[in-house]
Design a protein around this ligand. Structure first.
Ligand code: GLU
Length: 275
């Protein structure tokens, strides 16, 4: 009788995929390789507070980091089995193709052009492109005011594409990482920084003194974030999609949000950001 019960439990475990760590992965799959290796290697931003940020103690924090830890926990049994590799916007496709990382979780918008080179999961977050300006500068109230202004943004991003295609007469300062834009804005060398509101909120929060910077708050364009993996690895993609769906159901998504971007106390955003 007892043996029957064990057998039944094992069967249930297999069909419901509810046995956590011991869940078998298809042999030779990316999940199997990572579990064998015991470490998940993740490409992430290091300079975007609230999403992907290396703090003074060397810990990587932010929503993307939390998502990465959840993947590591499911794959290896512990969120500590993870190695983060700094991946700036323009390096994401390269790092995936050259297998420098297992996956990229780096405010990475799903676009048809990128999907030619990498495979994306379903969206796990929705951001919107916005503008960050000096608080005292009242000239810029939206994207329509950018003609003749200098705007800083990052190479290889959808932000630079949208600005160059949709905003006439804008002067672009294109850099490697958004954090480089901040001193330029504070010193008046550029008039605005433009990228996802998620990133701008984090950069703004780094300069609380006299509320130096102002988020314009008129998003133009929706940015669905996906995890990027090696082109064609649909088995890994399906597995990751299953995880995203589960986190949305079991509260892990909300917890990750609350602990990172939600720290700003802006709850309205969660409704827009949740897939
Ligand atoms: N989400 C946009 C992108 O993937 C802008 C932010 C970034 O560069 O990471 O290009």
């Amino acid at each position: 009788m007892n043996r029957l019960r064990v057998l039944l439990a094992a069967l249930l475990c297999l069909v419901s995929a509810g046995c956590g760590e011991s869940e078998p992965f298809p042999e030779g799959s990316t999940m199997d390789r990572i579990r064998d290796r015991g470490v998940l290697v993740v490409g992430i931003k290091f300079d975007q507070p609230l999403f992907g940020y290396k703090d003074r103690g060397g810990r990587i924090t932010g929503f993307d980091a939390e998502i990465a830890r959840l993947v590591a926990r499911d794959l290896t049994g512990s969120e500590r089995n993870i190695r983060f590799v700094e991946t700036v916007s323009r390096e994401r496709e390269n790092f995936i193709a050259q297998q420098v990382v297992d996956l990229v979780i780096a405010t990475y918008s799903i676009t048809p052009a990128r999907a030619q080179q990498v495979t994306f999961t379903d969206p796990y977050y929705y951001a919107g492109q916005d503008l960050l300006v000096r608080a005292a500068d009242t000239r810029i109230t939206g994207v329509r005011d950018l003609g003749g202004k200098t705007v800083c943004t990052a190479k290889g991003s959808t932000s630079v594409d949208r600005l160059s295609k949709e905003v006439a007469g804008v002067d672009l300062e294109v850099v490697d990482a958004y954090s480089v834009c901040v001193p330029a804005l504070l010193r008046g060398r550029v008039d605005a920084i433009s990228t996802d509101d998620t990133i701008l909120l984090g950069l703004q929060a780094q300069h609380p003194e006299a509320k130096a910077l102002r988020l314009v708050g008129e998003p133009f364009g929706r940015e669905p974030y996906g995890m990027g993996i090696r082109k064609g690895d649909t088995v890994f993609r399906d597995y990751l999609n299953g995880l995203i769906a589960r986190w949305l159901r079991d509260g892990e998504w909300d917890r990750a949000y609350r602990d990172t971007i939600g720290l700003n106390g802006n709850d309205v955003r969660a409704a827009q950001a949740r897939p």
